[in-house]
Design a protein around this ligand. Structure first.
Ligand SMILES: O=c1ccn([C@@H]2O[C@H](COP(=O)(O)OP(=O)(O)O[C@H]3O[C@H](CO)[C@@H](O)[C@H](O)[C@H]3O)[C@@H](O)[C@H]2O)c(=O)[nH]1
Ligand SMILES: [Mn+2]
Length: 757
């Protein structure tokens, strides 16, 4: 049994063939386009005789070239798509399974509703895994009594929920009470089941009420601030109800309640002081790595954002099929599941399903060295995060230089070198508690290597260099030779909630853009640092992800320059009757059709495809631009790193618009103004160009421009509708329309001056 592989691998042939075909077409297209553009720069007449101008031609050439390069890099990174299926029946017996520490992160009870966070906690505790091998840690970066209290309530509810799930495991398919009670099939089962289900539903409602009541009461009012609070660690077990102060379980880590064992549950609020950098989520992960090392020190760690509930309980076993597979296990650092969302509307206008990432990019990377890391739905090997060598062989003082002064922590490192779940020595509760307090203190990392690039043998947790700590840390692991695996079973293992609002989405994207560019611009740039350490295709994958926001400049050019030229009767594209036009037409069409075919093959529809293209453009001209500017300002020292936490409480109006497939334009003006300006500019240019062509009759020269304009106008339809048609609250405010019209006029005037050259 042992030697049999624990998973199987398939190749999605149709997708692979289509992708390779398009890579080929795209490469030929790029070469011919370059030939055409370069030669037409020198022989002015070849275009539309005397009307070619240098500046717009150069701008357009650079933009097209850059976009095509990125397109090619994306295609290349999907060269070897694979998909994998774990075979859980072949896993060793429960006693032989390794321990797993689940880390759940929350940072602000005001925008991350406590009930939701706790539902995630409960769903993780109820996973299908031996409870004595499962340890759930909650990191509360706000140090809020609301979360701490919520956890005690969650623990109490779990005491009923876990036995219920165990008893009816054939019926209770999802272990998140929220998902279970909202699903229609929760009503099936015999009378006894229905009776018990009603009871437990009542308890769940009471649990929610108690948590919410506490949060609005005086007791819930915080006495500390998210940026300034002491360490608080609480290990929950039966006695913690009576003894409100910190309790530490001695002996077996799990607790037996009503014949059902409960996983260990630990609340950790690391100390935060304004004078000490806390490094956002990466800092929280590292603090948990240290604290958990003393308590359970499991060889595997599951990272979960607080809104990512465990939907299917089998993810841990599935992940272990890869981690324990004798063939891939030695180099395997992490197993990733896709982030799926439970609130995606029927139209998915904001591309919450991220189809191209989960269905195409990640399977592509999986055929190379493995998918990127994401800070949630990810089972990581602890050893990969703390060094891949035998810690016994390294000098103690060297280890202390890297990991800090705690002897107990260093001992734990040496412990997890034996790839099995270890029960750390249980000291008297006070000693252990003190040590955990030390490890979670804000000064512990001073003069250590936490969050930095260490020696080649050692890795000291998550990196602090970028606010997309997950992608960057994964990249560095890949550079060190670790691999990763992607697992995308048909039942979503985890379900979170995507932002159903344009504003929240675009704010989140600014952080991602800035964080990705941070590392794209650093000495670790995948184009420079990568190729020597990983395959060229893998480096391509990282390059197009970290540098993908850069085409914002190209897209701005393509959304404005050809339009200004159209307005002024200057042609940048060959005559429709000429041979060279075929280059443009075929590139443009194969780009669109390629995306369309892939969307259809990977479970999307025509609507999906239009939505994806549309939101990609909206993101490119707003978030990417601001993220890019922020990254540049950080680089020159004008700005500090910032992690704006994604708002997770949504209002009814937002949800209503989202469900109807209507954009919610109650967004910041900084997003609306660029979008509306470009739309108005395109409308004016289109109408102006049309008039001009009717008068001059040179439609053959301007055909390319019209195609581009029509495409942009179709993509901007929701904006046009938001300006002229909609009357609801989510329409585009009149003030924005006025300001944007003014900017469009400025564009037209400046454009005219520049186009003279
Ligand atoms: O100082 C902080 C900031 C955030 N978080 C937690 O980190 C998680 C992710 O934050 P969120 O605001 O939800 O960001 P998203 O953009 O939705 O998260 C994505 O992007 C992050 C990197 O920017 C990754 O860490 C996440 O795993 C990934 O889901 C949440 O649970 C937060 O509570 C902290 O613990 N401490
Ligand atoms: Mn999130």
């Amino acid at each position: 049994m042992d030697s049999l592989p624990l998973f199987s691998t398939h190749v999605p042939k149709t997708l692979v063939i289509i992708n390779r075909l398009y890579t080929l077409i795209c490469s030929i297209g790029i070469l011919s386009l370059m030939y055409f553009r370069v030669s037409s720069l020198f022989i002015t007449d070849q275009l539309t005789n005397d009307k070619t101008r240098l500046i717009p031609s150069l701008l357009i050439f650079a933009s097209e070239f850059f976009l095509l390069l990125i397109w090619l890099a994306i295609r290349l990174s999907r060269w070897r798509m694979v998909s994998r299926t774990p075979i859980t029946e072949r896993l060793p017996k429960d006693e032989k399974l390794p321990g797993i520490d689940v880390f759940i992160f929350t940072a602000d009870p005001n925008i991350e509703p406590t009930v939701d966070v706790m539902t995630t906690v409960i769903s993780a505790m109820a996973m299908d895994y031996p409870p004595e091998k499962l340890h759930v840690y909650v990191s509360d970066d706000a140090g809020s009594s609301k979360t701490q209290h919520g956890m005690r309530e969650a623990w109490l509810f779990a005491r009923s929920w876990l036995p219920f799930c165990k008893k009816y495991k054939e019926i209770v398919k999802t272990r998140s009470p929220e998902l279970f009670f909202s699903a229609s099939e929760s009503g099936f089962g015999d009378d006894e089941f229905i009776e018990e289900m009603k009871k437990i539903k009542g308890k769940y409602e009471e649990f929610k009420e108690r948590v919410n009541a506490y949060n609005v009461s005086d007791k819930g009012a915080s006495t500390t601030t998210p940026l300034d609070h002491p360490t608080a660690i609480e290990v929950l077990n039966i006695i913690s109800r009576q003894k409100k102060d910190v309790t530490v379980v001695i002996g077996d880590n799990s607790t037996v309640v009503d014949q059902v064992k409960m996983p260990l549950l630990v609340y950790v609020a690391r100390e935060k002081r304004p004078s000490q950098p806390h490094h956002f989520k990466a800092g929280a992960i590292n603090a948990l790595l240290r604290v958990s090392a003393l308590k359970s020190n499991s060889p595997y760690v599951l990272l979960l954002d607080c809104d990512m509930q465990c939907n299917d309980p089998s993810s841990a076993r599935q992940a272990m099929c890869f981690h324990l597979d004798p063939k891939i296990s030695p180099t395997l650092a992490f197993v990733i599941f896709p982030q799926k969302f439970r609130n995606i509307g029927p139209y998915d206008i904001y591309d919450g399903s991220m189809r191209s990432t989960w269905e195409l990019s990640f399977p592509g990377l999986d055929g190379l060295q493995g998918p990127f890391m994401s800070g949630t739905c990810c089972y990581i090997k602890r050893k990969a995060l703390l060094g891949n060598s035998k810690h016994q062989e390294i000098d103690l003082s060297e280890l202390k230089n890297h990991f800090g002064a705690s002897n107990k922590f260093i001992n734990s490192l040496r412990d997890h070198d034996h790839d099995h779940s270890s029960t750390p020595d249980e000291d008297s509760s006070n000693v252990l508690q003190e040590e955990m307090q030390l490890l979670a203190s804000s000064t512990y990392e001073r003069n250590t290597k936490w969050g930095e690039e260490a020696s080649s043998q050692l890795q000291v947790g998550f990196y602090y260099a970028s606010v997309v700590e997950d992608c960057f840390t994964g990249y560095m692991l890949h550079c060190k030779g670790w691999t990763s695996v992607y697992c995308n079973p048909s039942t979503p293992q985890f379900l979170g909630r995507c932002p159903p609002s344009l504003n929240i989405l675009l704010i989140q994207l600014i952080r991602w853009t800035c964080g990705l560019l941070d590392f794209g611009f650093s000495r670790f740039c995948p184009l420079v640092y990568g190729p020597r350490r990983m395959s060229i295709l893998m480096a391509c994958g990282y390059a197009c992800t970290t540098l993908f926001p850069l085409p914002t400049l190209s897209i701005w050019c393509l959304a404005a320059v050809p339009q200004l030229c159209l307005f002024n009767g200057i042609s940048l594209y060959p005559k429709v009757s000429s041979y060279s036009f075929i280059i443009f037409a075929s590139l443009f069409l194969s780009w669109l059709l390629g995306d369309l075919i892939e969307a259809l093959l990977s479970g999307g529809s025509i609507q999906t495809w239009i939505n994806e293209e549309r939101i990609a453009l909206f993101r490119a001209v707003t978030s990417y631009l601001y993220g890019f500017l922020e990254a540049v300002m950080k680089k020159i020292g004008m700005r500090k790193a910032n992690f704006v936490i994604t708002d997770k409480g949504f209002d009814m109006e937002q949800i209503k618009l989202y469900q109807m497939g209507l954009f919610d334009f109650r967004a910041s003006n900084m997003f609306l103004v660029p979008l509306v300006t470009l739309t108005i500019l395109n409308i004016i240019s289109f109408l102006g160009g049309l008039t001009r062509v009717i008068v001059a009759g040179n439609w053959e020269d301007m055909f390319g421009h019209f195609c581009l304009s029509v495409f942009i106008l179709v993509m901007s339809y929701p904006i046009i509708e938001g300006i002229f048609v909609r009357k609801d609250k989510g329409r585009i405010p009149i003030f924005v329309v006025l300001v944007s019209s003014w900017y469009s006029v400025v564009f037209l005037v400046f454009g005219r001056v520049i186009l003279m050259y």
